[in-house]
Write a protein that binds this ligand. Structure first.
Ligand code: FES
Length: 272
């Protein structure tokens, strides 16, 4: 990019919700690489470090749920249980001060609000590994139990929709873990939950609403700070506050790098 004469760059995280284990570590790497490749800082960088509540993203997630809800009959639709599922994190990371879990919950609530808060919903956590304690409820256990209740009609919801709320595209956690392990093998085969009663909302992938959302998020970012000549940084205000138990100098260096503009903050332009 530097050789091509790029003067202005935006690092746009494709994780909607910020975690130090994902976006944070990527930005730490970016900071290190830029320190080596552009020590004189000729390129001006800003970051879109999270967009968990951006209205266009909320709209895109909601469209995947509406599409899944439409597969149920009209009289059942508002009673379907929505299970938002996101990658879990070790509790030690949450305790350290990571904001991921609260951002996932905020996205889920915003999406449900967009849909009119008509359906019951829960947030569950998948893909935990190793012996340490992770954030729960654990997805497989929760899905099995809810599927059992649907099968035996012990509660009033007629079906379940799983919604990957922290992944933007299909990959092993959606296609294998959710579709194969949790839905096909466990809920349908082991428990006997009828096929049409437990489905997964599509990932965002290349749906038009998501492509539109990505473009809108970048446009809003640029318009919010139209003139950052001579300044580096620009991120969400959340980024500048490191975890209260963080002792990683890489995190501190990144925050210094991307908060350079704090010395001379550009005038904020109202985009509405
Ligand atoms: Fe969160 Fe360092 S681990 S800021």
């Amino acid at each position: 990019m530097k050789n091509d004469g790029v003067k202005r760059a935006i690092a746009f995280s494709q994780y909607p919700q910020f975690s130090c284990t994902t976006t944070g570590s990527s930005l730490n790497e970016l900071t290190k690489i830029l320190g080596k490749m552009d020590p004189e800082r000729q390129m001006i960088w800003s970051i879109i470090d999270r967009w968990s509540l951006h209205s266009s993203a909320v709209n895109a997630f909601a469209s995947t749920i509406q599409e899944a809800l439409d597969k149920f009959s009209l009289d059942q639709r508002s009673k379907v249980l929505i299970l938002f599922t996101a990658h879990s994190l070790p509790l030690s990371v949450i305790k350290r001060g990571d904001t991921y879990a609260s951002e996932v919950c905020a996205t889920a609530y915003a999406v449900m609000k967009f849909l009119g808060l008509k359906n019951p919903f829960r947030i569950i956590w998948q893909s935990q590994v190793g012996p340490t304690r992770w954030l729960g409820p654990q997805a497989q256990n929760a899905i099995s139990e809810f599927a059992r209740r649907v099968k035996y009609k012990t509660e009033s919801y007629p079906g379940i929709i799983l919604v990957p709320i922290a992944f933007t595209s299909d990959h092993i956690e959606t296609l294998y873990e959710l579709d194969h392990e949790y839905i096909e093998k466990d809920a349908k085969k082991n428990i006997g939950c009828p096929e049409e009663k437990i489905i997964r909302a599509s990932a965002l992938n290349d749906r038009p609403e998501f492509i539109e959302a990505l473009a809108t998020i970048v446009k809003d970012h640029i318009m919010e700070f139209p003139n950052i000549d001579g300044l580096h940084g620009i991120s969400s205000p959340q980024y500048y506050v490191p975890c209260h138990e963080c002792i990683d100098t890489d995190c501190l260096n990144s925050r210094k790098f991307f908060s350079y503009h704090e010395q001379k903050k550009p005038e904020k332009k109202n985009v509405n």
